[in-house]
Design a protein around this ligand. Structure first.
Ligand code: NAI
Length: 739
């Protein structure tokens, strides 16, 4: 058993310790060796009168038990005097419990100035006065523990307690700042909102509650928070009846309601109200810095909007003749957060048909199993809110009719196996908009990060029925293309029956579209009954490949591309035909009952397959830098269109990518000689321009989060050689570094 928490030699000042909670704290501290100043003015609970008897009685009680205590009868408003008693008697002050309090309950309009003022004076000003008097002593000795006493009335509001609520929540604000200011002096300040039977509560609590909610059930929290071994600082706790809970702020993801070059309007606020108040995936900011950084991010996003200053173009319906898709390409959506525990990957695995019937599925279904992991295709879940939850719909001017939207294709590339729990951030942008005649296709690129670590890339192809014919281009080099399977019988086939509740189960992973569960809604969409989510069939197909060719080893999974060709109904049998071509497994998923193709042009890329020797992960990847992925992609593109680039650029670029301020890797992009080349290491011929920057900054640059000019001016990007040539850099990175 760990050692009991002792307070020997510590000097504790408890205000309002003549009764109720304060008395319980004073007795508990004294019992554990503390030297206690028992302060109490000794008036009635409304703040009238005074007497020394309350404090004296508690001091006697402590002394009778062999403890050490001294009384003080001043009002907390005379803070210095209270602290002086501690210094005069015991020579120091270590712990301060601001507890004294009174009530002047009245309905709001009946509160007199006096009722208002006295409550602020005793609770808020009193705590300020005593704390300020103690502060420098604590600072000089590099130790201090302070408790503020708030109330559920302040946190939640309570009829008839406007004055008291204001003061009590004021104390939380005071404590928050003291926690920040005191941290470096080892002064911790925490706040409690207690519930206990006492003189203050006897008018509102029935006798049995008064007896049951003992002050002794609050004191242990106060003692722990005040112990030298407790690291808690700036916390707010509700406590009573033997229960303790911590409170924190939660903030919805919110919505941007302002557009660059447009006035911000109340109508825009109204239109986004649901998003503003939606606590789905809410964040929990802890510091003012976290809070403000969100606003900087918003400014950046608004600044990067490329919208016409002419307000009429904003109102013009999108996708009509003259719709200018170029305006939207490159536009970033608000980043989205996805927080999950082991439950979501398990729910997802069940959603895509995994079952405990298959023993090797256990590692996807039981958090306690050896090698518990996420199915690779779970990576679409954190990213999908960019498409679903107000993502695309929040792009100003892009007026999509969401009843006309179909999920056309999906590409997913995984750079690391997904953690089984955590908090991921997804950054989405519109990669391109295509005109397919009968409809428009929006390519949405979504990068998902864990902290600064890039985990995966998703490309959603969203087909908007009837939105084509605006005169846009039909294809894009940004599309991750589908590939037809080889013209031979499949190498293997796996089948799986979906259950009638498959869609009902899958939707719990976050795609709540009623099309997949509500017959009436499905009928509106022209379906005889609710259909299975395309991404659910996608999950089935991927796990068929993973099982057959990679022994369910998720570290072997690299990427998947599918086109959703026909709907599947829950209860139907999915049959995945597979063709192995090196590390690429082509797939075609059919509905067995009808023979119809549900998933076409699809493939899964594995890093290696179980039926052949392990393929080495490219050495560049092994170095662990995120920028390696981009350089590899640049290398691939140079192989495809190098000579064209040599003509355009005609320069040799050398890169020093740094990690922890040291050069971690060098790359050369030679777009001058032959048909171009990318290689690791310094330039073999003379480099025209040399760039030096950190791995993370390189990623920000490539992903468009950082502007090269600004990076240069701020010193994050260092340039040597022909600086003018660096202007060509933006084109290369934008067009050729797509992961
Ligand atoms: P209590 O009335 O038993 O204790 C408060 C003590 O503070 C009294 O002994 C009183 O004489 C003393 N006091 C009042 N004004 C003073 C002043 N100006 N200077 C020095 N001492 C003064 O009440 P209880 O319930 O023990 O309350 C303690 C604290 O807990 C108060 O701040 C109260 O607002 C807070 N609180 C209590 C709750 C409860 O359920 N008991 C609920 C929420 C908050």
């Amino acid at each position: 058993m760990s050692a009991p928490l002792r307070f020997d030699g510590r000097v504790v000042l408890v205000t309002g310790a003549g009764g109720g909670l304060g008395r319980a704290y004073a007795l508990a501290f004294a019992e554990r060796g503390a030297l206690v100043v028992v302060n109490d003015l000794g008036g009635d609970f409304k703040g009238h009168g005074k007497s020394s008897s309350a404090a004296d009685k508690v001091v006697e009680e402590i002394r009778a038990k062999g403890g050490k205590a001294v009384a003080n009868y001043d009002s907390v408003e005379a803070g210095e005097k209270l602290v002086q008693t501690a210094l005069d008697t015991f020579g120091r002050i270590d712990i301060l419990v601001n507890n004294a309090g009174i009530l002047r309950d009245r309905s709001f309009v009946r509160i007199s100035d006096d009722d208002w003022d006295i409550i602020q004076r005793i609770h808020l000003r009193g705590s300020f006065q005593v704390t300020r008097a103690a502060w420098n002593h604590m600072k000089n000795q590099n130790f201090g523990r302070i408790i503020m006493t708030s109330s559920a009335a302040g946190i939640y509001g309570n009829f008839g307690q406007a004055n008291y609520s204001a003061a009590k929540l004021g104390l939380v604000g005071l404590a928050n700042t003291l926690a920040v200011e005191g941290r470096k002096y080892n002064i911790h300040c925490n706040t409690i909102a207690p519930t206990a039977g006492s003189r203050l509560t006897q008018t509102v609590m029935p006798q049995d509650m008064l007896d049951a909610f003992k002050p002794e059930y609050v004191a242990p929290l106060v003692l722990w928070l005040c112990h030298e071994s407790c690291k808690e600082n700036g916390g707010l706790f509700e406590v009573g009846a033997g229960w303790i809970g911590k409170l924190r702020w939660e903030r919805s993801l919110g919505a941007i309601v302002r557009q660059k070059n447009h006035p911000m309007t109340p109508e825009a606020v109204r239109n986004k109200w649901e998003n503003i108040c939606d606590f789905h995936n809410a964040s929990k900011p802890h510091t003012i810095q976290e809070s403000v950084s969100q606003l900087n991010d918003v400014l950046r996003q608004i600044e990067s909007q490329d919208v016409s200053p002419n307000p009429t173009s904003y109102r013009a319906p999108a996708f009509s003749t003259g719709f200018d898709s170029a305006k939207f390409v490159g536009q970033k959506l608000s980043s989205t957060q996805y927080e999950y525990t082991h439950m979501q990957p398990i729910l997802y695995a069940l959603g895509v048909g995994m079952s405990t019937k298959d023993p090797d599925h256990l590692k996807f279904l039981f958090e306690g199993s050896d090698g518990f992991c996420c199915l690779p295709t779970f990576a679409v879940i954190p990213a999908q809110s960019s498409m679903l939850d107000g993502g695309l719909s929040s792009v100003p001017g892009l007026n999509i009719d969401f009843t006309k939207v179909l999920h056309g294709e999906q590409y997913l590339e995984l750079y690391k196996p997904l953690p089984t729990s955590g908090r991921l951030t997804s950054e989405a942008s519109i990669a391109d908009i295509l005109d397919k005649g009968s409809g428009a296709v929006i390519l949405l690129d979504v990068y998902t990060y864990s902290g600064k670590d890039l985990l995966c890339y998703n490309q959603f192809s969203v087909f908007v029925v009837g939105a084509g014919g605006f005169g846009g281009k039909r294809s894009s080099e940004k599309t991750k293309a589908t590939v037809n399977p080889p013209n031979r019988k499949p190498d293997s086939v796996l089948t799986d029956v979906t259950t009638v509740d498959q869609a009902a189960l899958y939707r719990l992973s976050g795609d709540w579209n009623p099309l997949h569960i509500e017959p009436g809604f499905a009928a509106l969409g022209g379906f005889q009954k609710p259909i299975l989510h395309g991404l659910c069939s996608f999950g089935y197909a991927a796990r068929h490949v993973l099982k057959h060719f990679a022994n369910n080893d998720v570290t072997k999974f690299k990427a998947i591309k599918v086109r959703f060709a026909k709907p599947v109904f829950p209860g139907q049998t999915l049959q995945t035909e597979m063709w192995k071509e090196g590390n690429r497994i082509h797939i075609c998923t059919k509905v067995k009952e009808t023979g119809e193709i549900a998933i076409a042009g699809a493939y899964v890329d594995l890093l290696s397959t179980s039926s052949q020797p392990e393929v080495k992960i490219p050495s560049a990847l092994a170095s662990g830098l995120q920028s390696d992925l981009v350089f590899e992609e640049i290398g691939r593109r140079i192989k495809e269109v190098g000579s064209e680039l040599v003509k355009k650029v005609n320069a040799v670029f050398e890169w020093n990518i740094t990690k922890d301020k040291k050069t971690a890797v060098q790359w050369t992009i030679d777009l001058k000689n032959g048909s171009g080349e990318l290689y690791r290491g310094p330039a073999r011929s003379k480099a025209d321009t040399t760039f030096t920057l950190a791995d993370e900054d390189f990623m920000d640059l490539v992903l468009g989060k950082m502007n090269p000019q600004k990076a240069f001016l701020s010193g994050k990007l260092k340039l040597k050689g022909n600086i003018l040539l660096s202007q060509k850099l933006e084109t290369i990175l934008k067009d050729y570094a797509k992961l």
